[in-house]
Design a protein around this ligand. Sequence first.
Ligand code: MF3
Ligand code: CO
Ligand code: CO
Length: 271
Amino acid sequence: MIMIDFDALTKKYNKLGIPTPAKRLIKTPEQIEGIRKAGIINTQVLDEVAKNIKAGMSTEDINIIVHNKTIELGGIPAPLGYEGFPKSCCTSVNDEVCHGIPSEDCILKNGDIINVDCTTIYNGYYADASRMFCIGQCSNEALNLVKVCKESLDLAVKELKPFSRLRDIGYNIETHVKANGYSVVHEIGGHGVGNDFHEEPFVYHFGKKGTGMVLFPGMVITIEPMVNEASRHVFLDADNNWTIYTEDGGLSAQYEYTVLIKEDGIEILAY
Ligand code: MF3
Ligand code: CO
Ligand code: CO
């Protein structure tokens, strides 16, 4: 149970010139319980994808698995109809950075890497996570990119504590990614989540240690680094207005967790 003295903490940090979260971003115990349940469903949906995904399948087949499993477990797939998004999950293959739209015409083949991003609404609460899947035999370069992306997220989560500074997350991610010769996408970030799909704050995946807002217990955020094998620069699909690609056509990988900040540590609510 999270019981912080919000007003006293706000005053203390603001006196030091450190930005603090708005009160609405501190979840109540009841809200946390709801987000936790949404996260359990979301994790089961991604597990179902993991069990079934293989070469020869279309990304629409994945969309159907996600849609049906979410409904079977009592949830609602948040992407469907969100700002006009036409499907129940995002499927981003190879040089697609994020927000790929499932399609019958996109057939997974040996050597592809794909991110499947699922968000579940349960009883009004949201949880958001994504994983990479390596189809058949992938190049060592592709496998290493995926590995480094996951390591960067796990490292950032390992260092995350109550009263951490927001930009430490990005600092830890970017440091690991750059040490491995890869780059971090700047334009898209993580976000507060739980009572809505996308809440404040914007969670940077790069930046300066010891800066940004202080993270209070009761906050729920996603961390979802997009890591490119070459240039960090990206562009938006001019036809569908959703899908983001690497500018140079290089591979991109992403993992996403929903994370709760507690008084005594953190809890991964969806992965
Ligand atoms: N799940 C994505 C995120 O991590 C958002 C997808 S929006 C959609 O924030 F409409 F494309 F589904
Ligand atoms: Co997200
Ligand atoms: Co997501």
